[in-house]
Design a protein around this ligand. Structure first.
Ligand code: ATP
Ligand code: MG
Length: 361
């Protein structure tokens, strides 16, 4: 996927960033270009059919809608329900990481993106077992998943990007912010916030996003950490990001979606579709709705030879081709009702085709 062009530095030189196995944090005051800066990189990823995106935008509704169809997981909205869905998305990424560790080998890069992550860290909701989604207690679910991805994702190509506004110790826990390899900040209010955004060392070395001018320097990003090529004496680089407006982003996304659909058609397994749908049905174990991650795990348990190489994307592709796509937007779940209908429709079609006419009765 190479280096993503991100902007120009103060000398006018083009600056690009390597997205390979780097967790990333983008901070900054509201309305200065966080979403634009992160979305430009996500569009770069979208253009590569060999990479996957899972996206949660905890503000919504604008900004990320054009990734519908591109992102296998897309959560858009500000409520506790959306935070819960975003947390489950991260936890599913952790399950996917564990699967990758088990099967070994190389993997499609998976980029997990959370815009407005402060909404998750500040979420007061608790699950039925009384575990909080937000906060930073030992049992906090969102932070717990973030830390697992930070600690172990890199080796199996699962990468997390978070964007958050107006950082504080509450809405951006130190355990989270220090887990990033790339830290980029638009204008922030104070030097203390700059340290939260970029780390003590970068600010001590002269990085000063608090000195950017609010509003006037929209899109100007101080980037620290790895990823951008820097001179030996640089601890941070100020980049004015190339601005991709909504209309242009939508156009790029449309083209990316077409390229992805073509690539998917070429790679969707065609052999033995009867067995796959039946195997998926068996993996539901009679339950009405089962998370795709659980279905995958059961498929592997049932027939490791055939299903070990499958990813969530394979399962989604097979179900979509059969007319029973998993439900998107919150947790991805396979529906027994949809699947049965798809099998009935397929069998009717096959019988009809074989008999050379419509079926009766
Ligand atoms: N690189 C840029 N160059 C010029 N203008 C920009 C750039 N990036 C963003 N802007 C302007 O800033 C506005 C806000 O950008 P964006 O929505 O990305 O900010 P944000 O920090 O995500 O805001 P919020 O906190 O409200 O989500 C854009 O609508 C655009 O007008
Ligand atoms: Mg935004």
């Amino acid at each position: 996927m190479g280096r993503a062009p991100w902007g120009v530095d103060v000398t006018g030189r083009d600056r690009a960033i390597s997205l390979h196995q780097r967790h990333m944090l983008i901070t900054g005051l509201s309305d200065n270009g966080k979403t634009a800066a992160m979305r430009a990189l996500a569009l770069w990823v979208a253009r590569d059919p060999g990479a996957d995106l899972w996206i949660a935008d905890l503000k919504g509704p604008a900004g990320w809608a054009m990734f519908d169809g591109i992102a296998d997981r897309l959560v858009i909205g500000p409520t506790d329900e959306h935070v819960i869905a975003a947390t489950e998305m991260l936890e599913d990424a952790v399950v996917e990481m564990q699967r990758r560790f088990q099967v070994g080998g190389s993997h499609r890069p998976l980029f997990v993106v959370v815009d407005e992550a402060q909404v998750a860290y500040m979420c007061p909701a608790k699950d039925p077992a009384k575990r909080p989604f937000g906060g930073q207690s030992n049992d906090a679910r969102y932070l717990g998943a973030v830390r697992k991805i930070h600690n172990q994702g890199r080796a199996v190509d699962v990468t997390l990007w978070e964007a958050t506004q107006d950082p504080t110790n509450q809405n951006l826990p130190v355990l989270s912010r220090e887990g990033n390899h790339v830290r980029a900040s638009l204008v922030v209010g104070t030097e203390a916030q700059a340290k939260m955004a970029l780390g003590e060392a970068a600010v001590a070395g002269g990085a000063a996003p608090q000195e950017l001018r609010r509003g006037l320097d929209k899109g100007a990003l101080v980037v620290a950490g790895s990823g951008l090529e820097m001179e030996p004496w640089e601890v941070a680089v100020t980049v004015r990001t190339h601005y991709i407006d909504d209309a242009t982003a939508t156009q790029i996304a449309k083209r990316a979606l077409i390229a992805r659909q073509k690539a998917q058609q070429a790679s969707t397994p065609t052999a033995d579709p009867v067995d796959d749908l039946a195997a998926i049905l068996a993996a539901l174990r009679g339950e009405e709705r089962v998370r795709t991650t659980a279905v995958l795990a059961r498929l592997v348990a049932d027939r490791p030879d055939r299903y070990r190489p499958w990813t969530a994307a394979t399962l989604t592709a097979v179900l979509t081709a059969a007319g029973a796509p998993p439900r998107k937007r919150s947790t991805m779940k396979v529906s027994r009702t949809d699947l049965l209908a798809a099998i009935v429709a397929r069998d009717a079609h096959q019988t009809g085709a074989m008999a050379g006419g419509p079926i009766r009765g």
